[in-house]
Write a protein that binds this ligand. Structure first.
Ligand code: NHX
Ligand code: ZN
Length: 642
């Protein structure tokens, strides 16, 4: 970020308190021994009693459990040091040179009577004058010291955000503010979200020129809700609106409202809107608004959160139609938001920010690629093709990993190969070169992967093979087969879905066929195959017996594909049986394909073991080459030679 973020500086008094606190701790203010250091002589209680009975004691002062006394005879004679700077402690007697004795007071209830009888001047030193200051420093400073330390650490942990703090934070909203004209992000920095940009363009033009809208009597949307999966650039988009409009950008994250201190959420909302009104026209951005905007349920629930939400709702209502404050909020769980937030007059505009399509991915890659040095031909369309489902953040990461990879290799520019390797890293983790795999296991892995590839290549409706590798990865994958479509697909027909399952079972089928045993390694394939089969039956109406009935719903579409079952127990059991049958059918088909292509399977597996990684092209070349049978050729060659 090249933008200057305004972070309030730590107040000077914080340092003062910390300094005083350290001083108090080091020097232990107020301890009597410090007040009289060096000047008094410590004696035992019996010595004191003897002196008292002998009538030699002249004056006694009690202070903090210690008796300080002077003797008659010595009162004038023995010189001692002048009293030092002491907080509120009156020096004993008026004379300047008196030997002072100190004795720890004992539980001696009759002492007062005896002192009185002996005619001794005695008092308890309760301090005068400066005593208030003493108490202040003795008690208040340490407390302030701990509070300061506490708030300091919480701030460092980022819990209170910039400008927060236990003390400094009251009356502040924690919003990070970027002043108008300083937001450098524009729509040009956001790639592949043309529809979202178009929706927000209206807000930009309103902020530029509000009178055009007020003249006609139009009311601007007060808020727009950016909805989409994580990493799609919702924050970037909001920032770009502020950048395009050249207005201040106030951003705060939903969870910041409700954290740490109970009761602060609502006041933070108030402060935020106060700040926004002062800075208007401006953009207020609330990230992850679902943290505060979750549906209010009937049963108790989270009181703090609901108060925060209520405050937010009433603040949004409080805006006059054209106050110049536009609120943008982002969420990836729109279904969980309170209906009251979504009604007109609040977040009345929904702007979907979806995962990019192939063209969008290429555009995003281009933006990030322009920031790094590259060498040789770079084909970003090819990278876009092999990254279906990747978000903008994923793609940014791919480019950055590639740059890091180039630096690691001691090169000064990124090549296409760096980019491709970096996609593999994103999918399956880094290579684990140190891992030693036995020859037998290598064979199993190679046959497993070639099994997938061959089954894919020999089926209608399966995506072409892009790459096969048996280099183990840090994710735990021992090898993988990557498929990639030439053009982006938006629909999948039943045949294609089934072909996918067949391809997934191809790995295990090859293991069984060639080694007559199966391994645990296929677990991931099995999971994927099962979830496709289940979805075909319960969601896509692709089962003969159930037809177009839905038995499962996707719970939150933007965060994983969690589903909720919605059927009777009998149906659930029938669905399970159908899933089993479908996968069984796929597995048999995969085995048939591999049996029919057994020699190619052996040949390609051998090549794969030798090279560790082969491209889809190399794979197809071997597959389409006329049958090469080295087992039969070798004797022939031997004959020729002999
Ligand atoms: C284990 N790994 O967990 C060992 C180390 C059958 C040749 N005991 O099906 O690597 O068993 O076609 C992404 C994708 C872990 C991450 C798949 C992490 C699979 C993968 C389990 C190949 N390729 N299995 C495959 C595999 C395993 C795993 C993954 C992942 C194997 C198989 C992993
Ligand atoms: Zn597999």
């Amino acid at each position: 970020m090249d933008e200057k973020q305004q972070r309030p500086r730590r107040p000077w008094w914080l340092w003062l308190i910390v300094g005083l606190g350290v001083a108090v701790m080091l020097f232990g203010l107020g301890a009597p021994s410090a007040l009289f250091s060096g000047s008094e002589e410590e004696v035992t209680y019996d010595v004191f009693l003897d002196a008292l009975e002998a009538g030699k004691v002249k004056e006694v002062q009690l202070k903090s459990g210690t008796l300080y006394y002077t003797l008659q005879a010595e009162a004038e004679a023995k010189p001692t040091q002048a009293p030092q700077l002491n907080f509120g402690f009156r020096p004993l007697t008026s004379s300047k040179k008196t030997k002072v004795y100190a004795v720890t007071a004992m539980n001696d209830p009759n002492l007062v009577d005896r002192l009185h009888a002996a005619g001794v001047t005695f008092s308890e030193n309760a301090g005068t004058g400066n005593m208030l200051l003493l108490v202040l420093i003795q008690y208040l400073v340490p407390i302030l010291f701990y509070v300061a330390i506490f708030s300091f650490f919480f701030r460092r942990m980022g819990k209170l955000g910039a400008g927060g703090g236990l003390m400094g934070g009251l009356g502040k909203s924690n919003a990070r503010t970027v002043e108008g004209g300083e937001v450098k992000t524009t729509f040009a920095d956001v790639a592949g979200q043309d529809e979202a940009k178009e929706s927000l363009q209206e807000i930009v033009s309103y902020l530029h020129n509000p009178q055009e809208y007020t003249e006609i009597g139009a009311r601007m949307p007060r808020g727009a809700l950016l909805i989409g999966p994580p990493g799609t650039g919702k924050t970037l988009m909001a920032r770009a609106v502020a950048g395009e409009a050249g207005v201040p950008f106030l951003s705060i994250s939903g969870p910041e409202f409700v954290e740490l201190f109970v009761g602060m959420g609502a006041s933070k909302v108030r402060d935020l809107f106060k700040e926004a009104r002062e800075k208007a026209p401006c953009i207020v951005f609330i990230d992850e608004i679902d943290a505060v905007g979750k549906k209010r349920d009937g049963f108790g629930g989270n009181d703090e959160r609901e108060q925060t939400l209520n405050q937010l709702l009433s603040e949004m209502d409080g805006f006059e139609g054209n106050s110049g404050v536009v609120i943008l909020a982002a969420t990836n769980r729109p279904e969980s938001l309170d209906k009251a937030l979504l009604r007109p007059g609040r977040f009345d505009r929904r702007v979907p920010v979806e995962l990019p399509d192939q063209g969008g991915r290429e555009a995003i890659l281009r933006i990030h690629c322009d920031r790094i040095k590259t060498a040789g031909p770079i084909d970003l369309a090819a990278i876009a093709r092999i990254t279906p489902g990747a978000s903008g953040a994923d793609l940014a990461n791919v480019i950055n990993e590639a740059a890091l990879c180039a630096v690691r290799a001691g090169r000064h520019a990124v090549t296409q190969k760096d980019l491709e390797d970096s996609v593999d890293v994103a999918l399956a983790g880094k290579q684990r070169k140190s891992m030693v795999i036995s020859q037998h296991e290598k064979e199993i892995i190679a046959y497993h992967e070639v099994g997938h590839a061959l089954v894919a290549a020999r089926q209608k409706g399966a995506s072409p093979v892009h790459k096969i590798t048996i280099i183990p990865r840090t994710s735990g994958a021992l090898g993988f087969t990557m498929q990639a479509d030439e053009d982006e697909r938006f629909l999948m027909d039943k045949q294609e879905a089934f072909a996918k399952i067949v391809t997934l079972t191809g790995g295990r089928a090859a293991e069984e066929l060639c080694f007559d045993s199966v391994t645990t390694g296929a677990s991931n394939d099995i999971e994927q195959a099962t979830s496709i089969a289940r979805a075909m039956i319960t969601r896509y109406g692709m089962s003969e017996s159930f037809g177009m009935t839905a038995f499962e719903q996707v719970v939150n579409p933007y965060l994983g594909n969690d589903t909720a079952m919605n059927c009777s127990q009998e149906t659930a059991a029938r669905i399970d049986r159908e899933v089993i049958a479908l996968i069984e059918k796929a597995y048999e088909q995969a085995k048939t394909i591999l049996k029919d292509n057994r020699s190619k399977l052996d040949e390609i597996a051998r090549v794969l073991i030798a090279r560790e990684t082969i491209t889809g092209q190399e794979f197809m070349d071997i597959l389409n080459a006329p049958v090469a049978l080295p087992a039969k050729q070798e004797p022939g060659e031997a004959e020729n030679e002999g």
